[in-house]
Design a protein. Sequence first.
Length: 250
Amino acid sequence: MPGSRAPVRPLTELSRLLLPVACPCGVPDVRWCARCAARFAAAPVRVEHGAGRLDRVDAVAPLPVWALTAYTGRVRDVVVHWKDRGRADLDRPLGAAARRGAARLAPLLAAALAELGPATSLAVVPVPASAAARRRRGRDPVAALAGGVAAGLRAGGVRARVAPVLRRRATRDQVGLGARARGRNLASAVRAVHPLDALVCLLVDDVLTSGATLATSERALETAGASVLGATVLAATPPPGATTGDERMC
């Protein structure tokens, strides 16, 4: 009824004055603008070629990594606000973007799983945050992405479930560290919570930068007995020297 909403309206107007709504890119009066949403709408593409720390010393090819977009401009604004500036309201749209991307990857991953046997399922493993990071943020943003990825894979016909089987000990924050420093910082920092014999995994993270975090997580899973098909991220930092427009993927 029209009259029933009248008492609430002044409070709503006051809350919007005190807590103005804006997209992370700065567009006022919307939580998630159309241009930012469009940056996460493309099909995932392979990006591991730009991450030097994914290179292995055992002659095995680098871990395949798929990303939705480049970590530049508006995308950087969105991810920073989502992770570290309290924008938990972006869990839903970013989780939905991860779900759509995973649904597009599902046929490729289904074919790889079929080679391992008809009953093989896929464990969607979020890259772990440290306990300090979870306390600071009040949540684990990557866990929201993993849920979206698992849902998208299931929609595409893949038997998939979220498997938070990795833990991370306290380390220095990775933000601002170079590639070698990231590798040293993460050495032996990630471990599996129990043996993972025969588990087939897909890693999930927010951003691919040097590849150190994914490489460490891959090693931890393999040490525990699991196999890792690849990884998916929201965005990837363009490799040095790449010319990337604000609306293009690296």
